[in-house]
Design a protein around this ligand. Structure first.
Ligand code: FE
Ligand code: FE
Ligand code: ZN
Length: 290
């Protein structure tokens, strides 16, 4: 089954978000757990959560992905920011436990000049203090573009974090196509090789979600600026290979492209056609021009 969706607003609640997803052909979705600039999260509405779960079951919505605030930084050079990030992470996970068995994704963080090794230690330390044996939420480390002092721009850095976490079975990885391409993993010219490397360094069993974004910048630019699908340096042909790759095709694919709702609907429609008619050469040639 093709699990495809995009980043949506949770401002109207879970049920409204799921209805919007279905209205644009999505069967999964991503949302921010709280205002991206941080701060308190809205209290969860038990009735809304129940309505969401009922609607999700009726409409074939599978696993969904919560995304932490971009400001969450578990390896900041500022101890106060680290402590705040740790508390936020714990609160976010406990909120996600209200809808058991979902995914929660965060950016490993920026070490701010303390060095990658220290950054990895801080991130793993925070995870060790927050993860619980009984939690059903899988926490995903996102692959990063390697901008500035970002941790997670290489598969080996993510592996190092996972290795230092006791409850590592609660951890997975979310691969962002824009980020890995900007980081220097050639998913356009050598997707198989990149996935073999991922398997050798981290293990494909840890790969739990894909962020589908084209990139405004060239290969290995370490920039992290998302582009609409097919309009950037990655291109539609590479996305067709990504969504149909045997190692990836059962994972949830989430778009984080610079789009409003109609643009997301168009991308989901185009990708759905590339997925279901993947043997129809004539059709594929047509979609590649979009
Ligand atoms: Fe992200
Ligand atoms: Fe992403
Ligand atoms: Zn990004």
């Amino acid at each position: 089954m093709f699990h495809i969706g995009c980043h949506l607003s949770i401002s109207g609640g879970f049920r409204a978000m799921a209805e919007q997803a279905v209205s644009i052909g999505a069967n999964t979705m991503q949302f921010f757990t709280r205002n991206p600039r941080g701060g308190n999260a809205k209290a969860l509405d038990t009735g809304d959560l129940a309505a969401f779960q009922e609607f999700a079951a009726e409409n074939g919505i599978g696993v969904i992905l919560a995304h932490a605030s971009y400001t969450l930084n578990l390896c900041s050079a500022d101890a106060k920011i680290c402590a705040f990030a740790r508390d936020t992470l714990a609160d976010d996970i406990s909120r996600m436990e209200r809808i058991p068995g979902q995914l929660y994704n965060f950016h490993p963080g920026s070490h701010g000049g303390q060095g990658t090794e220290n950054g990895i230690d801080f991130i793993a330390g925070a995870l060790n203090s927050v993860l619980k044996a009984e939690q059903t939420t899988t926490v995903l480390l996102e692959t990063m573009a390697g901008k500035g002092s970002e941790v997670g721009g290489s598969f080996s850095e993510l592996r190092a974090i996972i290795d230092r976490v006791e409850l590592s079975d609660k951890l997975g990885v979310c691969l962002d196509t824009c980020h890995v391409y900007d980081a220097g993993y050639d998913i356009v010219g050598g997707l198989d090789g990149v996935l073999e490397e991922f398997d050798a360094v981290i293990g494909l069993s840890k790969l739990r979600a894909i962020h589908l974004n084209d990139s405004k910048n060239p290969f290995a630019s370490h920039k992290d600026r998302h582009e609409k699908i097919g309009l950037g340096s990655i291109g539609m042909a590479a996305f067709e290979r990504i969504i149909n790759h045997p190692a990836l095709r059962e994972l949830p694919f989430l778009l984080e492209t610079p789009n409003e709702i109609p643009g997301y609907a168009e991308e989901i429609a185009a990708l759905t056609l590339l997925r279901s008619k993947k043997h129809d050469e004539k059709f594929c040639a047509k979609v590649h021009i979009l």
